[in-house]
Design a protein around this ligand. Sequence first.
Ligand code: NAP
Length: 360
Amino acid sequence: MKTYNVGIIGATGMVGQRFALLLSDHPWFKVTVLAASSRSAGKTYEEAVTPRWAMSEPIPESLKGITVMDATADIDKICSLVDFVFCAVDMKKPDILALEEAYAKHECPVVSNNSANRFTPDVPMVIPELNPEHIDIIPEQRKRLGTKRGFIAVKSNCSLQSYVPALFPLDEKFGVDKCLVCTYQAISGAGKTFERWPEILDNVIPYIGGEEEKSEREPLKIWGKIEGDHIALANEPKFTAQCLRVPVSDGHMAAVFVSFKKKPTKEEILEVWKNFSGVPQELKLPHAPKQFLNYFVEDDMPQTKLNRNLEGGMAVSIGRLREDTQYDYKFVCLSHNTLRGAAGGGVLLAELLCAKGYMD
Ligand code: NAP
């Protein structure tokens, strides 16, 4: 595989810091640009990020001395230095739409962690093990944008990165009829640490703005199909969600209740999870977990603190599968929100796009 020069837009943020760690020693990608707002521009990455560095590993040596660029004002220069960018910025939706489209129109592909473009009909929203074929909408998007190389591809919200992977292969075999989910989400999902959010200690906050709508609606795009120049949303499975913020640094847990069109046995469900793998495993992409779905038989597993880093934070942990009194089954599942749920998911998507020739 050739080496691609890449930029991180939003490099100083919580997700940007994860990107910095994942990309500093990536076998295919070399970080040539770090960009953020005008507040950080002109400083070295070390100066800009040190006051808010929230990772347990240190700032990568190879990135410390890079001068942070202004994501908007320096767009021409940035696009001349990279083959594509990762984008994770905290900006208003219209501003993100304008920024991502500007990069794409500069012939610079964008792999985005932001929600702004998730429902743009010709923008693929991909969990690489589940719906990799959605990237084949990119030629249609390029036609709309009038670009040869430039496009936008996005990953889905972090809340659903545990339960959608667990349900997707079950739906293929048994048909998921309806699903109720309650998520227990880490504070890094709000770009926060315990130091910066002391009110969360000893507390649970029963509201995360916009999260329940994303958790219910985004799965329907993952389950969607390419129809001509757009991805048509699926009508089912039906989801209802409640999302809670809990005093955990990293890792989103979900409690799931599910009914099927054709109720499987518990053994059949476990068999599907054990045998499931996708295109990233087939292609041996650098960030593909060997075993994507991992079932724990112990009654008190998985646990957020113990299991969130499974396979570099790219695998999903599942446990407590049992019959329910109202639904067919219930279980819990867990994924790392800033790894599989954010930067890691973005890196895996970029690896898939490179392997399929979309970054050439
Ligand atoms: P964050 O920690 O608040 O970081 C925000 C980043 O955006 C910083 O690098 C900031 O740069 C940059 N930024 C703000 N205004 C900007 C502007 N006008 N121009 C260019 N850059 C600007 O946020 P985060 O948690 O990393 O989230 C970033 C994005 O990822 C959001 O869209 C979020 O919804 C999404 N996401 C987050 C998670 C998660 O678990 N945290 C998961 C999935 C998706 P400065 O330092 O210069 O201000």
